[in-house]
Write a protein that binds this ligand. Structure first.
Ligand code: NAD
Length: 494
C-alpha cells in the first residue's frame, strides 16, 4: 500500500493482498500517475475518513488510453476464442480468490454493508464466468441463400474499442457486466469508474493484469467524468459506449455520440412500481418489499420507489411494512447492518426534498423521515403512506431508503399508474391469480417484470429498460450485441 493510501483504515488495513489497492490509473499495461501530479481524494461515506488519493488524469490521457486500446485491438480480436476464454476464466478465478479483499475495498469506498459487497463480488464475477463461456460460442450464422449461384454467411465481428462508464452504486458488477461482454466479443476497452468509487475498478484491473490480459486491452482512466468521457465521446476510435448512471447524463452521451455514430448501451434511471393486489401472499409481499426498497440502502436503479396497494389490504400492508422497516439496522458497512450510508450529501438532500414535499402534499409518515444519528450521510429508513400522485416521489427517482405507498381500487388503475412514468426498467407485481399475472405482465411497459419475487438479476438474463430507462441490454447473449458488427458475406458459386 503506498503513502497516498490510508493503511490505518479499519477495512483497508485488513487486506490480505494490499497490492490490490492502488492510486494509479492503468493505461497500456502500465500503472500511471497524472503527469502534473494531480489527484482526487476518495473518502469513506460512513464517516468521511480519507481513504487515499487517486490519479486525476486529463483529456490527453483519455486519448492516450484510446490509442493504446486501438493499438492492442487487432491482436486481441485475432486471438483464438479459447484464448480469450482462458484469460477471462483466470480473471474470474482471481476475483473469487480475492473476494474478501474486493468486498472490503468496496465497502470502504461505497459504504454498502459488507455482506452486500460480498454478494456484489459474486454477481460481478458471474458475468466474467458467463462471458468466458460465450467467447467461444459460434459467431457465424449460415443463411439460406436467396441466389442460385451464391453462398451466404453472416459474421459477427468486434466493433473495436469500447468505452465503459460505470457508476458508484455497483462499482464492481457494472464494470464486469460491460467489460466481460466487450472483451469476450473481441473489443479492447477503456473504462472510467465513478470518481467516488475508483478503487474497486482499479483492483479489478490489477486482477485482469495478473490473469494475463494483454497490454492495452483493458485500460482504466480515473479523473473528472466530463473531461475523460468527453474526450472519448469525440474520439472516432471509440466505436461503442456503455454507460450506467442517470438519465440526464445518458441523454448527454446520446447527443455527444451522434457526431461519430457510436453504438450506445444506456442503463439509466428506474422508478419501479411495486404493485400488491388483495390476493397476494401478504407475508411474502412484505418480505419482498423490504428487499426491493432497502437493498443497497435504496441506491439501486431496480429499487422500488412507488408501492401501489389494493385498498382492501392497504392498511394491513402499510402496518406490516412499517413494522419491518422500523426493525432495520442502520450503521457503517463494516458492521454489516441492513442499511449503510448514502453516497454523498446530494443524495441525502434528495431524501429530505422528497419526504418534505410528500408531507406538504398530504402524506403520513409511518416511520423515519429524517437524517439518521449514525452520521452525516445516513438517512432513516422511511415509510410514507397516502402519498398523493402529485408528490415528486411518485414521479422522480429517490435513490434512497424512502418508500412511498398509495392505495388503488382496480387492476386497470394499478396498471395505468404503474406505467405513468418516463422510466421503464423494472416493475414488481404481487398476486396469486395466474390470469392476472399474465395480463399485468403483458401490460407493464418495463424491460423486466418480477412476479412475487424481487431478485431477478443474473448474468444469463437480459438486463435493461424501456422508454427513458435506456437502450440495449446487458448480460445474456444479447449483451454482446453492442460490441459486435454484423458483416454479411456473399460468395459467388458459379
Ligand atoms: P451520474 O449519472 O451523474 O453519474 C453516474 C456516472 O456517470 C458516474 O460514473 C459519473 O462519473 C458519470 N458522469 C457524470 N457526469 C458525466 C458526464 N458529463 N459525462 C460522462 N460521464 C459522466 O449520477 P450521480 O450524480 O452519481 O447520481 C445521481 C442520480 O443518478 C441518482 O440519484 C440516480 O437517480 C441515478 N443513478 C443511476 C444509476 C443506475 O444504476 N442506473 C447509478 C448511479 C446513479
Amino acid at each position: 500500500m503506498s503513502k497516498t493510501l490510508n493503511s490505518n483504515h479499519p477495512l483497508l488495513s485488513r487486506l490480505a493482498d494490499p497490492d490490490l489497492l492502488t492510486s494509479k490509473a492503468f493505461i497500456g499495461g502500465l500503472w500511471a500517475d497524472a503527469h502534473d501530479g494531480n489527484s482526487i481524494t476518495v473518502t469513506d461515506p460512513a464517516d468521511g475518513t480519507e481513504l487515499g488519493m487517486v490519479a486525476r488524469l486529463n483529456a490527453d490521457d483519455a486519448r492516450r488510453a484510446a490509442r493504446e486500446a486501438q493499438n492492442a485491438w487487432a491482436a486481441w480480436a485475432g486471438t483464438l476464442p479459447q484464448e480469450r476464454t482462458a484469460i477471462l476464466r483466470r480473471w474470474f478465478d482471481l476475483m473469487i480468490a480475492h473476494r474478501e479483499d474486493l468486498a472490503m475495498i468496496m465497502t470502504a469506498e461505497q459504504g454498502k454493508p459488507i455482506s452486500e459487497a460480498r454478494g456484489e463480488i459474486d454477481y460481478a464475477a458471474a458475468f466474467v464466468e458467463f462471458y468466458a463461456e460465450e467467447a467461444r460460442r459460434p459467431n457465424i450464422e449460415s443463411v439460406t441463400s436467396h441466389l442460385p449461384d451464391a453462398e451466404v454467411e453472416v459474421w459477427r465481428e468486434p466493433v473495436g474499442v469500447a468505452a465503459l462508464i460505470t457508476p458508484w452504486n455497483f462499482p464492481s458488477a457494472m464494470l464486469t457486466r460491460k467489460a466481460a461482454a466487450a472483451l469476450a466479443a473481441g473489443c479492447s476497452v477503456v473504462a472510467h469508474p465513478s470518481i467516488e468509487t475508483p478503487f474497486s475498478a482499479l483492483a479489478l484491473a490489477r486482477l485482469a493484469e495478473r490473469a494475463g490480459m494483454p497490454k492495452g486491452v483493458f485500460n482504466v482512466v480515473t479523473g473528472a467524468a466530463a473531461e475523460i468521457v468527453g474526450a472519448w465521446m469525440e474520439d472516432p476510435r471509440i466505436r461503442a459506449v456503455s454507460f450506467t448512471g442517470s438519465t440526464e447524463v445518458g441523454r448527454l452521451l446520446y447527443r455527444q455520440g451522434a457526431d461519430t455514430i457510436k453504438r450506445l448501451v444506456l442503463e439509466l434511471g428506474g422508478h419501479a412500481p411495486f404493485v400488491v393486489f388483495a390476493d397476494a401472499d401478504m407475508d411474502q409481499a412484505v418480505d419482498e418489499a423490504i428487499k426491493a426498497k432497502f437493498a443497497t440502502s435504496g441506491q439501486d436503479c431496480l429499487g422500488a420507489n412507488r408501492f401501489l396497494v389494493e385498498r382492501s389490504v392497504y392498511d394491513e400492508f402499510c402496518n406490516a411494512f412499517a413494522e419491518r422497516t422500523k426493525a432495520l439496522s442502520v450503521g457503517k458497512g463494516v458492521e454489516d447492518p441492513d442499511i449503510g450510508p448514502l453516497m454523498n450529501a446530494r443524495a441525502v438532500a434528495k431524501q429530505h426534498e422528497h419526504v418534505d414535499d410528500a408531507i406538504e402534499k398530504g402524506a403520513r409518515v409511518l416511520c423515519g423521515g429524517s437524517r439518521h444519528e449514525a452520521g452525516d450521510l445516513f438517512f432513516q429508513p422511511t415509510v410514507l403512506a397516502d402519498v398523493p400522485n402529485e408528490a415528486k416521489i411518485m414521479h422522480e427517482e429517490t435513490f434512497g431508503p424512502v418508500a412511498a405507498i398509495a392505495p388503488f381500487d382496480t387492476e386497470a388503475e394499478a396498471i395505468d399508474r404503474a406505467n405513468a412514468t418516463e422510466y421503464g426498467l423494472v416493475a414488481y407485481l404481487h398476486t396469486q391469480d395466474p390470469r392476472r399475472i399474465y395480463r399485468a405482465s403483458r401490460a407493464m411497459r418495463f424491460g423486466m417484470v418480477a412476479v412475487n419475487r424481487t431478485k431477478v438479476t443474473g448474468a444469463p438474463i437480459p438486463f435493461g429498460g424501456m422508454k427513458q430507462s435506456g437502450l440495449g441490454r446487458e448480460g445474456s447473449r444479447l449483451g454482446l450485441e453492442a460490441f459486435t458488427e454484423v458483416k454479411y458475406v456473399c460468395r459467388d458459386w458459379a
